[in-house]
Design a protein around this ligand. Structure first.
Ligand SMILES: NC(=O)c1ccc[n+]([C@@H]2O[C@H](COP(=O)([O-])OP(=O)(O)OC[C@H]3O[C@@H](n4cnc5c(N)ncnc54)[C@H](O)[C@@H]3O)[C@@H](O)[C@H]2O)c1
Length: 271
């Protein structure tokens, strides 16, 4: 290893939320680069759709049902992954998201926010990553592998409206740094734990905040585009390149980092 190889051929990756927009795109790119990809999702049919696309392109993957909030489900998924691929080199904690009932807006004040919705967002984004890392962490320690979490622009400075999502993603960034140190100090100095912080993508998760029903931008959407120096939303596929780099030896000294992939959003105050 000399820190310059981008080759990831043959590495085994586990991706949670692999039936989703961003992690599906990552999974397809990783399989195309020669990785073997275990596609974990709460909804098996979503993971299977990604697996079919990967198979059609000549890649190797396996769809596995898993709930990142259920230790038994994660243990069963781990058994299935080890039975199929024998090891885990990369873990991507991709399952996450927000919901309307946990965001303030014209119809929902901060004072009336339902506790269940707030907890749902914290659980999915934070506990989901923690429990999944517990389930696969020994395999990562054994392979001296890589963990990649999905943070957000909201990890750095909170976004308006999304109280629970902002707090949860700040915790994901903090957990990333904590876990990098913990794994190095306790298991191997070669393990690397990083996060990517995607900028603004237009997906089902945030469309209600960014776009009106007729497709024109909401005032929030207009502000996001104005504060993104590149002047556009990102595409899910654009998250994949930096993730492949983080999986490879070319990132051999990148550890505990939160990498923005945001078209410059986090570099610009807007003035
Ligand atoms: N879309 C964006 O603009 C954006 C920006 C920054 C960060 N992110 C983060 O990127 C990640 C992926 O986002 P996305 O937009 O692709 O979301 P998505 O909703 O398209 O995909 C999420 C996937 O996770 C799965 N999932 C939900 N709950 C689960 C559970 N309990 N166990 C296992 N799987 C579960 C869903 O079935 C779905 O397939 C999330 O962590 C999200 O917070 C998204």
């Amino acid at each position: 290893m000399d820190g310059t190889s981008f080759d990831v051929t043959g590495k085994v990756a586990v991706i949670t939320g692999a039936g989703g927009v961003i992690c599906g795109a990552m999974a397809r790119a990783m399989a195309k680069a020669g990785m073997k990809v275990a596609l974990l999702d709460l909804f098996l049919d979503r993971a299977q759709e990604t697996a079919e696309e990967i198979a059609a392109a000549g890649g190797q993957s396996a769809a596995v049902q898993a709930n990142v909030l259920d230790k038994e489900s994660l243990a069963a998924a781990r058994e299935a992954v080890i039975a199929r691929f024998g090891r885990v080199d990369v873990l991507i904690n991709g399952a996450g998201g927000n919901k309307k009932e946990a965001s303030t807006g014209p119809e929902l004040s901060f004072f009336d926010m339902p506790i269940d919705a707030l907890k749902w967002v914290f659980d999915l984004n934070v506990m989901g990553a923690v429990l999944t890392t517990q389930a696969f962490g020994r395999d990562i320690a054994a392979s001296e592998g890589v963990v990649i979490n999905i943070a957000s622009m909201a990890s750095i400075i909170p976004l308006t409206n999304t109280i629970a999502y902002s707090g949860a993603k700040a915790a994901v960034a903090n957990f990333t740094q904590w876990m990098a140190v913990h794994f190095n100090q306790n298991y191997s100095e070669k393990i690397r734990v990083n996060a990517i912080a995607p900028g603004f993508l237009l997906t089902e998760q945030n469309r209600f905040l960014m776009q009106k029903e007729d497709g024109s931008p909401t005032p929030r959407g207009e502000k996001v585009l104005a504060k993104t120096p590149m002047g556009r939303y990102g595409a899910p596929e654009e998250m994949a390149g930096p993730v492949l780099w983080l999986c490879s030896d070319a990132a051999s000294f990148v550890n505990g980092a939160i990498i923005p992939i945001d078209g410059g959003f986090s570099a610009y105050w807007g003035v």
